[in-house]
Design a protein around this ligand. Structure first.
Ligand SMILES: *Cc1c(COP(=O)(O)O)cnc(C)c1O
Length: 363
């Protein structure tokens, strides 16, 4: 089976050697490896302000604590995402308000968002779902005079760009994930990008129980609620090795997706999910829109291809209390959706084989 997603380690021996060095040093908690990883990650992806975290979910929790989102507030989000995007909102006590997505790209847009803005709206969380990039300029324009925080969930979109600049650089905050199956894994880990450099002190306090690192415990006085959200030197040392191949791995995702885009354009029964012209997606998983998607998925699975819809649209989870919400476009998008594997483990021959199989299904 060609899996849809999987962890990628280009140089396991280098990782093992680096991890061993850190274990032997005794310095396994947050320390130099973490800070060096942060420096290199920001430089590589052109991220101005950022801190590492223990996970993408931790980064979301930090953001909502920092932004002061809580009971009585509404956060506009998308149901077309992995659950952590939205469970993080519930933990604050705020209400998740799902806006509909584009039927051809599965992404939030200014048009979908505007219908859901109320005086209670305190934040909007957009998701660059599957590595396809939301059209951010109209969204920024929409909220420019409103007291609404914009969060970009970039967990699927490492290396993706909007108008030539990394995703996560447009919102007030952005998050990335280094969980097992994302573009780059540190086994677990995450990253939080943010707009104002002055926020760094408080964000770091929230990351560490509300305490300021470097100040002696007896002299520390907690004024900001925090928790334990930090990356550690072990995961960071894995990350430092992974950064050496992350750009070439992302290129592999993109080049396989480019093959699919070419093969599926102009066809009768299938079409590529649409791509915003201002954007360069990083295609964590490829989104094909297909007639008889369920049957096509079964056929591909029988042919050894790990195709799937992967996620459950989040409004179907009773915990969001939103079962009755009408998501006309999302339902259309999801009914046609077939995710295809495009990661570095997929060769160009594999990609062409997958494309052939799909075309033969409709013959
Ligand atoms: C993976 C993921 C997260 C959470 O990241 P973790 O590192 O697993 O906590 C958040 N949002 C989306 C869209 C994700 O896919």
């Amino acid at each position: 089976m060609i899996p849809l997603v999987k962890p990628v380690f280009n140089d396991k021996n280098a990782i093992l050697a680096h991890v061993e060095k850190v274990l032997d040093s005794g310095m396994i908690a947050e320390g130099d490896q973490v800070y060096e990883f942060e420096r290199q990650f920001k430089k590589l992806f052109g991220i101005e302000n950022g801190v590492s975290t223990s996970s993408g979910t931790a980064a979301l929790d930090i953001i909502y604590l920092h932004a002061g989102i809580g009971p009585g507030d509404e956060v506009i989000s998308t149901a077309m995402t992995a659950e952590p995007t939205n469970t993080a909102i519930l933990r604050t006590g705020a209400t998740v308000v799902f806006a509909d997505v584009g039927k051809d790209d599965g992404l939030l847009s200014a048009e979908g968002i505007i219908a859901k803005i109320t005086p209670r709206t305190k934040a909007i969380c957009v998701v660059h779902y599957a590595g396809y990039v939301c059209d951010l300029s109209p969204i920024l324009e929409l909220i420019k005079d409103l007291d609404i925080v914009l969060i970009e969930d970039c967990a699927h979109a490492l290396g993706a760009k909007y108008k030539g600049v990394s995703v996560g650089q447009y919102g007030d905050y952005g998050i990335f994930s280094f969980q097992a199956i994302k573009h780059m894994t540190t086994v677990d880990g995450g990253f939080l990008s943010f707009k104002e450099s002055a926020w760094e002190i408080d964000l770091k306090k929230i990351r560490w129980f509300g305490l300021e690192k470097g100040v002696a415990r007896q002299d520390n006085r907690i004024t900001t609620l925090g928790s334990k959200y930090n990356l550690n030197n072990l995961n960071a040392s894995i990350g430092l090795e992974q950064l050496k191949s992350v750009k070439s791995n992302i290129s592999a995702y993109i080049s396989n997706a480019t093959i699919f885009n070419e093969r599926f354009t102009g066809k009768t029964y299938v079409r590529p999910a649409s791509i915003n012209t201002n954007s360069t997606p990083s295609f964590w998983i490829y989104s094909l829109l297909a007639k008889d998607s369920e049957k096509l998925i079964a056929y591909l699975n029988d042919s050894g291809v790990g195709a799937s819809k992967l996620h459950t649209p989040n409004h179907l989870h009773p915990i969001f209390g939103a079962q009755s919400q009408i998501m006309k476009n999302l339902d259309l998008f999801y009914s046609e959706l077939v995710h295809l594997p495009v990661g570095p483990w997929v060769s160009h021959d594999h990609a062409n084989f997958i494309a052939e199989k799909i075309m033969s299904f409709y013959d």
